[in-house]
Design a binder for this molecule. Sequence first.
Ligand code: ATP
Length: 308
Amino acid sequence: MRPIIEVRDLSKTYASGTHALSGVTLDIAGGEILALLGPNGAGKTTFISITCGLVTPTGGSVSVDGHDIVRDYRAARSLIGLVPQEITLEFFETVMNTVRFSRGLFGKAPDDAYLETVLRALALWDKRDAKLRELSGGMKRRVLIAKALAHGPRILFLDEPTAGVDVNLRREMWEVVRGLKKQGVTIILTTHYLEEAEEMADRVGIIDKGRLLLVRDKTELMHEFGQKILTVELTDPVAALPAPLAGLGLDLGADGRTVRFRYDTHADRSGIARLLAEFSGHGLAVRDLSTEQTSLEEVFLRLVRDMA
Ligand SMILES: Nc1ncnc2c1ncn2[C@@H]1O[C@H](COP(=O)(O)OP(=O)(O)OP(=O)(O)O)[C@@H](O)[C@H]1O
């Protein structure tokens, strides 16, 4: 199936001389959630702005369902909804009028029945006659999404949807985004929260200094680059680990009881059996064991460092 968005060798150099994007090539499949990760200034917003026709590329191309975003701007743009980083709303307007207006901007015929489905999906239907200033922060963010969906786009760009919001609200936004995916909307989100990408994305793209370092299936990425950590809790604290265990790369916690061992999930042998045998051989009694997977955050930091 043809990708819904095709990005080819895309570059942007601003008048200031900043190379915000260099040679980005990427296919985005219909219905997927792609998370773009990258440090501040990596070029994420520039990518979104070009795709939404707000910034002109200096090289390369983007097409949306076969429509070139420069030559065939209207057709391409009508397929896209954009949820900006900042909350920009008319605070004295009602929810319903706000989404009606957004739909009108795209030259679409009024369709209150469709807007009702959008507002219901975002749990805003009961608030349709409320003025925006009366809404909570979470509701205002949902109104931004409703506005972006008002013209019936198939693709939704979310630029840092949960920047600066509390944990509950972030979870609520994740639910909303998952619901949209279920309805077949393709979602591209940028985020600084790796937890967010870990939670939501089908694929993860990492951008740094205007270059797309990689795009991978999230599970594969975690599997390939992730490591596991085994934490062993000793029955009795020790001042130091016996010298013969030094080569195993163990960390002894300040409490003298907790020993951490990193192992590669892909190696033929994890080394756990040997480790436990060594512990037993040196008279170290083990009280408890636990394992954890390294987070996407650690994977990300390693990749950006290794590829710098
Ligand atoms: N209008 C502009 N004129 C000149 N330079 C710009 C402009 N917009 C962005 N830049 C520069 O281009 C680079 C990429 O910026 P961009 O906003 O795309 O990054 P970002 O990854 O979205 O960052 P953040 O995570 O901070 O939002 C930065 O060096 C930025 O300073």
